[in-house]
Design a protein. Structure first.
Lengths: 354, 237
């Protein structure tokens, strides 16, 4: 739910092309009758920042909002329609509900304060998140090293159990990296260096094995690659985590997740193939957009936020100048009444020049 | 062998440079291997929480001392590698930027030390940016042991290589205002005495720096640097 729903006035949010991204009734004030007609909305979608007089005679305030898109999903032109402004409206009729005859400066001040407070709240939340991440990483490190030490000292089944714990802490570390990345993508971009993609995916598929085994899902790694790419080392850990997390999360029992890393002329390609909820033909193009979940993924009941694939595409493209794609291979048996298919998510990276 | 004609006098002078010994040093270090060098470099870990990787890293041969904070920069003087948390340490120096500020100050005082920001998360983006600008490397608190080994071995490969360290120090001397001729004189002495051991280098540097007009304070810094170099890995036990 957008933070804009807290606004006292009814509002619309349009993108740069005039597409209506979202809208809301005001928390206190209603739209005048007719101000939400198709023709009025079409008018609002054309407005540039500033004050306007709509065809119905109401004042309309438009404000460009930017800088909030990555974190809060708000980016575009905010339009407050149906305002009665001293000296700025031609309307004399009474309107129903709470009613305010305002002036322009008060409306502008209200929006300024709203956005500033929202920004402050966001910064405060971010700081608390970072502090929590810091503490959780410390705890995770403690568990990992205790389990690792135990693993070194034990034999047989107990050694394997200790090994499962270390693997799970690394999956948790990947999840925490994901939170860090969403909070501030730039902070993971330090520590540039040479990265061996095969090694990274090998490590991550081993980390997911305990989780997969519990679901009766097998994971295997194939392919051959000795080459490397150049970029932020920590972000490739995150990329491999996101691909495997997505596959294992949706894989039905007794299915297989296949990880493959190969290289060609100038590139290294990592793919994760698995069975999961079918991606409808009309969704293939949008599956990597923020907030988008396939309808069959939603119907499967497996929780998801629609951010993982978006984050994967963003980091592969921005940090490595790579590409991410999805390939629907073939239909598979439905599970729980939901259509499934075998799909492969593919990340391709330009090779480092040696 | 590099040969430069002397600017003064009629006979060309033969200047020695670290390039002359670099291959031999690299070969010796490669023959020993990274695992053999681990114990020769002292590592300080600064973290307000117990340093959980400590025992596993010691089991792998690393020489680690733990501090829950440092009150002064002198405390880390003898360490070649410093692992420093970003949060919860360094508040004596700067309560807002904490570990990130401490890293910057340690780097300013000891530019040749290898500093790894060891981090759970930065408190804010300013802290993260400051650490990015000053630390030599980063490692997550919950990194697995293989990542730790790679990060520390990479640091030791630099800190444990006297030629690599001399090159860093050479740049610092030039940045701090020493002349090219002075630096060349010192490097010549360094290389001339290199295979005779650190005591010989120290005596040679002390004598040469006095002859070329380097003041006592700067001489002390140079000799402090020479004393910090790790020759054991190159010269053997």
């Amino acid at each position: 739910m957008s933070i804009l729903h807290l606004l006292s006035y009814p509002w619309y949010l349009f993108d740069g092309r005039g597409v209506n991204l979202s809208e809301g009734g005001g928390s206190i004030f209603d739209l005048p009758r007719g101000a939400d007609s198709d023709s009025q909305i079409a008018y609002y979608s054309t407005l540039q920042a500033g004050w306007h007089l709509c065809p119905m005679g109401y004042a309309v305030y438009a404000r460009k909002i930017d800088g909030y898109a990555e974190k809060y999903g708000i980016d575009g032109t905010l339009v407050l329609p149906g305002l009665k402004i001293k000296g700025g409206t031609r309307i004399n009729e009474k309107v129903s509900g709470p009613y305010l005859l305002s002036d322009k400066s008060l409306v502008v001040r209200y929006i300024d304060n709203f956005l500033a407070n929202f920004s402050d709240l966001g910064a405060s939340f971010d700081e608390r998140t970072r502090q929590n991440v810091h503490e959780i990483r410390g705890l995770n490190a403690g568990i990992y090293h205790a389990a690792f030490e135990l693993e070194e000292r034990l034999d047989g089944l107990n050694k394997a159990i200790a090994g499962n714990i270390t693997a799970l802490t690394q999956v948790l570390a990947g999840r925490i990296d994901f939170i860090d990345f969403l909070n501030d993508p730039d902070t993971l971009e330090s520590d540039l260096g040479e990265i061996f993609v095969f090694k990274k995916f090998d490590r991550m598929q081993r980390c997911f094995k305990p989780t997969a085994i519990k679901k009766f899902v097998s994971i295997s790694l194939t392919g051959k690659s000795h080459g490397s790419i150049f970029g932020p080392r920590r972000l490739l850990d995150l990329a491999s985590y996101l691909m495997l997390d997505n596959a294992v999360k949706y894989a039905p029992a007794n299915s297989a997740v296949s990880v493959n890393v190969t290289e060609g002329e100038g590139f290294i390609e990592a793919s994760v193939e698995s069975i999961g909820p079918k991606i409808a033909d009309d969704e293939v193009g949008s599956i990597f957009e923020r907030g988008v979940r396939g309808r069959f993924a939603t119907a499967s009941g497996t929780p998801g936020s629609g951010v993982g694939l978006y984050a994967l595409k963003k980091l592969v493209e921005d940090a490595y100048a790579g590409t991410v794609s999805v390939r629907v291979i073939e239909a598979a048996a439905p599970h729980g009444g939901v259509p499934h298919a075998r799909v492969a998510f593919v990340a391709r990276f330009p090779r480092a020049v040696v | 062998m590099g040969i430069w004609a002397s600017m003064f006098g009629n006979k060309p002078r033969v200047w020695r440079s670290v390039n002359d010994i670099e291959n031999a040093v690299t070969l010796k270090l490669a023959q020993r291997g990274p695992a053999a060098m681990r114990g020769s470099v002292q590592i300080a870990a600064i973290d307000d929480q117990p340093f959980s990787p400590a025992q596993n890293l010691r089991n792998h041969g690393y020489n680690i001392d733990y501090f829950n904070d440092v009150g002064s920069l002198d405390a880390v003087q003898k360490y070649g590698i410093i692992l420093c948390d970003l949060q919860g340490v360094g508040s004596n120096f700067n309560a807002d930027l904490q570990g990130a500020h401490l890293i910057r100050e340690m780097k300013r005082r000891y530019p040749e030390k290898y500093i790894i920001a060891y981090t759970g998360s930065a408190k804010n983006t300013v802290m993260a940016r400051l650490a990015q600008q000053n630390a030599d490397a980063f490692i997550k608190k919950d990194a697995d042991i293989q990542n730790w080994i790679e990060a520390l071995d990479a640091a030791i490969a630099i800190v444990g290589n006297p030629v690599a360290m001399w090159k860093l120090f050479r740049k610092r001397m030039l940045d701090d205002g020493m002349t090219l001729i002075q630096v060349a004189e010192l490097e010549d002495t360094f290389v001339d005495n290199f295979w005779k051991g650190s005591a010989s280098i120290d005596r040679g540097i002390a004598e040469r720096s006095s002859n070329i007009g380097i003041n006592a304070d700067v001489r002390a810094i140079i000799q402090g640097f020479i004393a910090s170099l790790i020759f054991k890995a190159v010269m053997g036990a």
